[in-house]
Write a protein that binds this ligand. Structure first.
Ligand SMILES: *[C@@H]1O[C@H](CO)[C@@H](O)[C@H](O)[C@H]1NC(C)=O
Ligand SMILES: *[C@@H]1O[C@H](CO)[C@@H](O)[C@H](O)[C@H]1NC(C)=O
Ligand SMILES: *[C@@H]1O[C@H](CO)[C@@H](O)[C@H](O)[C@H]1NC(C)=O
Ligand SMILES: *[C@@H]1O[C@H](CO)[C@@H](O)[C@H](O)[C@H]1NC(C)=O
Ligand SMILES: *[C@@H]1O[C@H](CO)[C@@H](O)[C@H](O)[C@H]1NC(C)=O
Ligand SMILES: *[C@@H]1O[C@H](CO)[C@@H](O)[C@H](O)[C@H]1NC(C)=O
Length: 358
C-alpha cells in the first residue's frame, strides 16, 4: 500500500513538474563548467564554437544541451556526447568523468585524441556505449572499464593501446548479476560488441571473456596476442562474429569452437595454429565466412565441412591442408549444394591452397 502511494506520488510529481526523479542528482551549471574545463585543455576544437557560456560570445548558448555534439535527457542533464570525426585534438585527463552522472553514450571516434585512457572512466557508471576508436590513445586498457556495468558496446579499435586485455572486462557481465537486475532486463544491459582490433595488445586472451555470455561480436584482429585460444571461448554461445586474425595465437584451435552455433563469421587467419582443423568447426552450420588461411594448419579438410551449407567464403590457402579427397567426396556435389559446383571452378589456385568463394 505504501509503495503504491509512493508510485502515485511519483507519477503526480512527474506530471506536474519537471520530472527528474529517475535521474541521478546533477547540476546543469556544474556540468557546463566541467565540460568547459575539458574544452580549455584541448588543442584543436574548432567544432566546439557553441561551447561557451559567456553572453558576449555570438554563438554562445548558456545550456550545454544546446551545444554542438551534446544531447541531454528530458531533465537537461548531459546524456550523450558525440564528436565523431571532427578533428578534435587533445587528451582526456581533464574530461569531466565525475561531473556527468547521466552520461550514457560517449562517441569520440576518429579524432586526434592521444595519451592514456584515464582510469576515472570507470566513474561514468551509466555508460552503455563507449567509442574511442581510431584515435592515438596509448598505454593500457584501464581495468576500471570493468566498473561500467551497463556497457553494451565498447569500441577501442585503431589506437596504439598495449598491455594485455584486462581480465576485468570479464566483469562487465557478472557485475550486472551482482546488481540484481531482473534477468530479462539484465540481458539487454550486457555487453554485445567488444572491438579491440588494430592495437598493440599482447599476452593471452583472458579466459574471463567466457563470462560475457551476451557477447555477439568479438574483434581482436591485428594485435600481438599469443598463447592458446581459451577453451572457455566456447561458452560465449551467442557469438555471431569472431575475428582473432593477425595475432600470434598458437597451439591447436580448440574443439569447443564447435559450441558457437550462432557464428556466421569466423576469421582465425594469420596466426600460428598447428595441427588439424578440429572436426567441430563442421558443426557451425550458420557460417557464411570462414577464413583459416595462413595458420600453419595441416591434415585433411574434415568431411564434416559438408554441413557448412551457408558458406560463401572458405579460405584455407597458405596452409598444408589436403583438400583433394574432400573435393572428390560426393557430399559437395550438385545434389547437396547446387550453387557449390558453380563456385568451385574459381576455387583451386595453388597446389597447397584451397580458396573457395561464391
Ligand atoms: C567564450 O567566448 C569569449 C568571448 O568570445 C572568449 O573570450 C572565451 O575564451 C570563450 N570561452 C571558451 C571556454 O571558449
Ligand atoms: C554520432 O554521430 C554520427 C554521425 O554524425 C553517427 O553516425 C553515430 O551513430 C553517432 N553516435 C552515437 C553514439 O550516437
Ligand atoms: C606501452 O605504451 C606506453 C606508451 O606508449 C609505453 O611507454 C610503454 O613502454 C609500452 N609498454 C610496452 C610493454 O610496450
Ligand atoms: C563444448 O564443446 C566440447 C568439445 O567439442 C564438448 O565436449 C562440450 O560438451 C561442449 N559444451 C557445451 C556446453 O555444449
Ligand atoms: C580475415 O582477416 C584477414 C586479416 O585481418 C583479412 O585480410 C581477411 O579479409 C579476413 N577474411 C574475411 C573472410 O573477412
Ligand atoms: C585468402 O587468404 C589469402 C591469405 O590470407 C589472401 O591472400 C586472399 O586474399 C584471401 N582471399 C579472400 C577472397 O579473402
Amino acid at each position: 500500500m505504501k509503495s503504491l502511494a509512493l508510485l502515485a506520488w511519483a507519477l503526480l510529481f512527474c506530471a506536474t513538474s519537471l520530472c527528474s526523479w529517475p535521474n541521478i542528482a546533477f547540476d546543469s551549471a556544474a556540468e557546463a563548467s566541467a565540460i568547459l574545463k575539458w574544452k580549455a585543455s584541448l588543442q584543436k576544437h574548432f567544432v566546439m564554437l557553441s561551447w561557451n557560456t559567456s553572453s558576449r560570445h555570438p554563438n554562445a548558448k548558456t545550456s550545454p544541451c544546446a551545444w554542438f555534439g551534446i544531447h541531454c535527457n528530458r531533465a537537461d542533464s548531459v546524456r550523450r556526447i558525440n564528436l565523431t570525426g571532427y578533428g578534435v585534438k587533445g587528451m582526456l585527463h581533464s574530461f569531466p568523468f565525475s561531473s556527468l552522472p547521466n552520461l550514457a553514450e560517449l562517441d569520440l571516434s576518429t579524432n586526434e585524441f592521444y595519451g592514456i585512457i584515464p582510469p576515472q572512466i570507470g566513474q561514468l557508471s551509466k555508460l552503455t556505449y563507449l567509442d574511442l576508436s581510431y584515435n592515438m590513445f596509448t598505454g593500457q586498457i584501464p581495468p576500471q572499464i570493468g566498473h561500467l556495468i551497463h556497457l553494451e558496446t565498447l569500441h577501442l579499435a585503431g589506437n596504439q593501446l598495449n598491455g594485455s586485455i584486462p581480465r576485468e572486462t570479464g566483469r562487465l557481465k557478472s557485475f550486472t548479476e551482482l546488481a540484481l537486475i531482473p534477468s530479462e532486463i539484465g540481458d539487454s544491459h550486457q555487453i554485445g560488441i567488444l572491438d579491440l582490433s588494430s592495437n598493440h595488445l599482447f599476452g593471452e586472451i583472458p579466459k574471463e571473456i567466457a563470462k560475457l555470455t551476451s557477447l555477439l561480436h568479438l574483434d581482436l584482429n591485428g594485435n600481438q596476442l599469443s598463447g592458446s585460444v581459451p577453451l572457455e571461448l566456447g561458452l560465449v554461445s551467442n557469438l555471431l562474429y569472431l575475428d582473432l586474425s593477425e595475432n600470434r595465437l598458437s597451439n591447436s584451435i580448440p574443439e569447443t569452437i564447435g559450441n558457437l552455433s550462432m557464428l556466421f563469421h569466423l576469421n582465425l587467419s594469420f596466426n600460428h595454429f598447428s595441427q588439424r582443423i578440429p572436426i567441430q568447426v563442421g558443426k557451425l552450420a550458420g557460417l557464411v565466412f570462414l577464413d583459416l588461411s595462413n595458420t600453419v594448419l595441416s591434415g585433411e579438410i574434415p568431411t564434416q565441412f559438408q554441413s557448412l551449407q551457408s558458406l560463401m567464403v572458405l579460405n584455407l590457402s597458405y596452409n598444408n591442408v589436403l583438400y583433394r579427397h574432400f573435393i572428390q567426396s560426393a557430399a559437395w556435389s550438385h545434389s547437396h549444394h547446387p550453387s557449390i559446383s558453380k563456385c568451385f571452378d574459381r576455387s583451386i589456385s595453388r597446389e597447397q591452397s584451397f580458396m573457395w568463394q561464391c
